[in-house]
Ligand binder design. Sequence first.
Ligand code: NAD
Length: 332
Amino acid sequence: MTKMIMVSVKPYDQKYFEQANQKFNLSIDYSPIHLTEETAHLFQGYSAICIFVNDIANEKVLNILKNNGIKLIALRCAGFNNIDLECAKKLGITVCRVPEYSPQAVAEHTVGLILTLSRKYHKAYNRVKEDNFALDGLLGFNLYQKTVGIIGTGKIGLATIKILIGFGCKVVCYDPSPNPVVNEIGAEYLPLDQVFQQADILSLHCPLTPQTHQLINTESIQKMKKGVCLINTSRGGLIDTQAIIAALKQKHVGYLGLDVYEQEADLFFEDLSDQIIEDDIFQRLLTFPNVLVTGHQGFFTQEALQCIAETSLTNIQKFEAQQAIPAEFICS
Ligand code: NAD
């Protein structure tokens, strides 16, 4: 019988996996420890490991896991930039993921970031708590008739476009693999530079790959409108953070909403409120009044957690029964 260890577990993960496992009855152990080069040796006696976005599965880790008997890595997320797939393939380790759990969860969070920045809800909330009902400093802007640029029109990009079309926005998109539905619902594809040039709001929904690493850099920012609102709910590595800080200081970037950050593995998903944060770049970001950061919570809805647990366990059950895991769930 497949014995699985699930790492980087929070109480909410365990709750949803235990609920879903009532149907599957798989043997699962839960560990709060992250998978790293230092911890990989701890996970012995298992044939499957379930990991999350900031667990590290590089060549060294994969070799340790292989020696420990791991045959399956089940990612309980969509992105798989944290795993050396070529090495996993060489070692004969199958890697599967949950490609779609709730694109709407991330799309709605994206629009939440845009609205919070455009209407300053975070500031209004604090003011009213202190009986300050003055409106000075809360002046916002309409989304209606603004041009929104969407980079990456896959599941989350498309769900975001649908919401923004409802707001009356003009939506311009870039994706090397265009989807005809995008045109059907009233958005249009343009070359990447034109999307940069036309967007009042620019939202990133492409995966992190060598081609998209630091897609947002000094050069691309120069092509954007002065005062652009930039949103990243995809992966931190899409943005050169030093370049964005310089652009915020120059007021070229007018608003920045982030749910992801390149060095988030040292910060996100943990309560660090009693600790000294050593990441000066991240701390600098937080000093800007027009920057809003959430800690990778785009996916974090009840519906998404339920779907993640059910899909992960279905993949593992298929693997255990030596049935083929459908191609869309396999990372390659
Ligand atoms: P998807 O695979 O459905 O869509 C990605 C799209 O990006 C595809 O259409 C692809 O053609 C396009 N693309 C690839 N290279 C590109 C490039 N160079 N420029 C522009 N587009 C490019 O993925 P998805 O489910 O929509 O997820 C998008 C990203 O969102 C994931 O890669 C993941 O990193 C991130 N994500 C974040 C959260 C969160 O909680 N914040 C949750 C889930 C996913």
